[in-house]
Design a protein around this ligand. Structure first.
Ligand code: 26Q
Length: 818
């Protein structure tokens, strides 16, 4: 039976009681951190009962489970999320209120687990939330990085990376499970042992080993008593090695094992859509893949004898190519541990694995040097060689005589292991993350594979969880929606359509915009406290928050701000609605241009914010350390959402959906899921500009785009570009932004210029932006547009996405929790 949160009164007593037993303190003496820990235990108590009940139902019902394999789970803080899902948020808030404590301050004590970079990791977290809410049996499998995504400090306008030591103090939501430890082996060699029956045994020797220990985190469903598990793996040395012991047989091996274990799960690679071919990264991949498969198989074999029926109970979904070793490792275990032959093992594997692609950016396609791969994983490499050999034969059989094609598609070629090729060869499903993205995969980037296996390809448009990104992040709007249309939307977002009946009702629109204003005040206060910049909540809040990447074109946004500033300076009487341009973005630590764009935004902010002559018509704010916890408040406060990637480059985007859910109006390109937002909204409620993906792809193919021509034809662009290198925004060092100028024009060398068509789309962006300015002046017109966005957001719930994965790929049954 589902256990529910106690009443406000009981919660109050429990919190006081826990503070006493945990910290030996009267409540009045407790710190905010201690109160947070007490609250976490009060909530945990309920969560754990439901977790136990869920696990019992697993055993009784023996359902098929999905294992969501991901190097990243950007789960964000759990206290608030769990209180929402256990339906106890208001009760805890009231209890704390009675005790004279603000719940926000308590929630703020929790470290924000940042075990991911951005979109891909946050998607994994939304999926887990939806799986539990829809009552589907699921495990998340990932890594317990000791240091997650770095914390960002801005100093003198530059990004500084500070390590994120989120495990410094005990994390109250994780549970170490030493009873599910497994060994993972690296390096060494393979010995062949001929068996009397004519077969060969492959024996892995001379390896280094670590022990993988899982930490389980509860994943709560909304109001249903379901609690799934996110297992994140940590590494420890196989034997605790004692330096003072002379009896140790192999001293140097013991040292190696210990160092291996120490480094393995230390830190998340802070790259987004760009790979870094570091050996440690490959080790991390194999480590969590091997451990997760071992745990999944152990669980299966506890209740089933026939390993051949594994696909009836288990599916591994690979979140991008990062866990592609799942394919070869599953083959290895089936053959070397369970004694199956190749064909039997391949039959099972290819019915158990599915792959999601998240990018078409060529620099993000994962490839590993064969020598590194072979040295690190000698037995796995042998298996990859055999997968490759058979796969190439299959290509030849289907396309006789086309050796070019074989070379293009091979898993092993050019001295590399091509992870996407292996993932596609073995998976029974290959999906993109938005309709446009999937079409581009089929017709352009993975066209060869599509021709070979058209039946494998399918689309699963991304989604987001409304529980975190509306109920938790924007409780005022959430309560208002409940008042208007009831609670159905919480687990069925399509019901937001019912808001249609209020889009022409002025009173409702007034209420709706009053909530937006409140949320803008909340963010303004945050900005004042964190940035020392005063912003006017009555100005338009125009927001671009996401990882910093040239394809996402933060540069286009800030160049446009520079242009608007020029316009206002030249024409002070000009009709311009005061606007606050808000940015938030982390740049990968080694990505020079990205870091320089952050510096540019901050320098432009410094100049414009201090120019008294423009009457505060423009403010520019760079929010430091953009992350899940402050994101919730930022989405809630946005009027305009900037989704301006070069068409064809953003696989889906999910921030776009979070803004829409919170009643912001999008200015964007026909890229990723923006295309589907446009379809849901109709042209009147979204501002589209710029080239289409077909146009971009054609320019790339024909190599016929010259940014210098564009500049010469547009004096606004000329002026803005001049200001980039004349010291206007960097008096001490006019050359500071030269690399950005060069990246756009590149008059010196032969490298390609303006790869992301910033200048090409500039005029169209400016024109479209003027329409936004016009529209905002008409209060009710704007309010209606914003509310239409909320009303049409239904499709973009991760509940819908997960249901599609279940129907088309995973074929799971709901767990019965009665
Ligand atoms: C790979 C190898 C070595 C080091 C790092 C990486 C690496 C890490 C993270 C490569 C890529 C990523 C992240 C990619 C990502 O976040 N992609 C985004 O996925 C979202 C969810 O599908 C989409 O909405 C975004 O459009 C897409 O950019």
């Amino acid at each position: 039976m589902k256990r529910q949160m106690p009443s406000t009164r009981e919660i109050e007593q429990e919190i006081v009681g826990r503070v006493k037993t945990m910290f030996r303190k009267d409540f009045e003496m407790a710190t905010k951190e201690e109160i947070y820990r007490a609250c976490a235990e009060v909530v945990n108590d309920v969560v754990i009962d439901n977790w136990l009940t869920t696990q019992k139902s697993f055993v009784q019902q023996d359902p098929k489970c999905v294992y969501y394999m991901s190097m990243e789970f950007l789960i964000g803080r759990l206290l608030g999320n769990n209180m929402i899902n256990m339906r106890g948020y208001t009760e805890v808030m009231d209890a704390l209120d009675e005790l004279g404590v603000d719940i926000n301050e308590v929630e703020d004590q929790e470290p924000d687990p940042a075990l991911g970079n951005g979109g891909l990791g946050r998607l994994a977290a939304c999926f887990l939330d939806s799986l539990a809410t829809l009552q589907y049996p699921a495990y998340g499998c990932g890594i317990r990085y000791h240091y997650g995504m770095f914390k960002q400090k801005i100093e003198d306008g530059y990004q500084q990376e500070v390590p994120d030591n989120w495990l410094q103090t005990r994390y109250p939501f994780e549970l170490q499970r030493t009873e599910y430890e497994f060994e993972v082996r690296f390096g060494g060699w393979v010995r062949y042992d001929s068996q009397p029956d004519g077969t060969t045994k492959y024996i892995h020797e001379g390896y280094n080993a670590v022990i993988a220990t899982p930490y389980d985190l509860p994943v709560t469903g909304f109001d249903n008593g379901m609690v799934n598990t996110l297992m994140i793996w940590d590494a420890k040395p196989k034997e605790v090695f004692r330096l003072d012991s002379f009896e140790k047989g192999d001293y140097s091996r013991a040292v190696e094992d210990m160092n291996l274990a120490r480094n393995l799960t230390e830190v998340l690679y802070p790259n987004d859509n760009h790979i870094q071919g570091k050996e440690l990264r490959l080790k991390q991949q194999y480590f969590f893949v091997s451990a997760s498969i071992q745990r999944a198989l152990a669980k299966y074999l506890r209740y089933h004898k026939d390993i051949k029926k594994l696909p009836e109970k288990v599916v591994f979904q690979m979140n991008d190519t990062h866990p592609t070793l799942t394919v070869a490792e599953l083959m290895r275990i089936l053959m070397d541990v369970h004694g199956l032959g190749w064909d039997e093992a391949w039959e099972i594997t290819t019915h158990c694995v599915a792959y999601t692609n998240h990018t078409i950016m060529s620099e993000a396609l994962e490839k590993w040097p064969q020598d590194i791969f072979k040295r690190l994983l000698p037995r796995v490499f042998m298996i990859v060689e055999e997968i490759n050999r058979r796969f190439c034969d299959e290509i030849r059989a289907k396309f006789p005589g086309d050796e070019d094609r074989v070379h293009r598609m091979a898993i092993l070629a050019d001295d590399q292991v091509k992870m996407a090729h292996m993932a596609i060869a073995a998976s029974y499903s290959v999906n993109g993350v938005a309709a446009l993205h999937t079409e581009i995969l089929k017709n352009v980037s993975l066209h060869d594979f599509y021709e070979m296996y058209p039946e494998k390809f399918n689309n699963k448009t991304n989604g987001i969880t409304q529980r975190r990104f509306l109920m938790h992040g924007n409780y005022k709007l959430s309560d208002w929606v409940i008042k208007k249309i009831g609670r159905g939307w919480i687990t069925d977002l399509s019901q937001m359509k019912k808001l249609e009946s209020f889009v022409d009702d002025k009173k409702s629109l007034d209420e709706f915009m009053a909530i937006k204003l409140d949320n803008k005040k909340r963010l303004a206060k945050y900005i004042w406290e964190h940035n020392g910049i005063e912003v006017d909540p009555n100005s338009i809040f125009d927001v671009q928050v996401k990882r910093l990447h040239e394809y996402k074109r933060q540069l286009l946004n800030i160049l446009h701000v520079m242009y608007l500033y020029n316009q206002i300076k030249e024409n002070p009487e000009m009709d311009f609605y005061p606007t606050t341009f808000i940015f938030g973005a982390k740049a990968s630590a080694g990505y020079e241009n990205a870091k320089l764009i952050i510096k540019l935004i901050n320098n432009v902010a410094a100049v414009i914010n201090n120019d008294k002559s423009i009457d505060d018509k423009i403010k520019v704010v760079f929010i430091e350390d953009y992350r899940v916890s402050n994101a919730e408040w930022i989405f809630a406060a946005a009027d305009v959402s900037e989704q301006i990637s070069t068409a064809s480059k953003e696989a889906s985007g999910t921030g776009n959906m979070k803004f829409m859910l919170n009643g912001a109006v999008t200015i964007g390109t026909m890229d990723g899921a923006n295309v589907e937002m446009y379809q849901e909204l109709g042209g009147e409620n979204i501002y589209i500009f710029g080239m289409s993906s077909d146009e971009v792809i054609a320019h790339e193919k024909n190599n016929d785009y010259n940014p210098v021509d564009v500049m010469n034809g547009n004096h606004h662009i000329q002026k803005v570009l001049q200001q980039l290198v004349n010291g206007n925004y960097s008096i001490d060092n006019p050359e500071l932004f030269r690399p950005l100028y060069n990246s756009l024009l590149n008059t010196q060398c032969t490298a390609k210029a303006d790869t992301y068509f910033v200048l090409k789309d500039f005029a169209s962006y400016c024109e479209t932006y003027e329409k936004i300015q016009e529209a905002y002046k008409d209060k009710y017109k704007w309010a209606k547009m914003a509310l239409e966005n909320v009303a049409h957001v239904g499709k973009f719930s991760s509940d819908r996405t997960i249901q599609e994965y279940v129907d088309d790929i995973w074929h799971l049954d709901k767990l019965d929790l009665k």
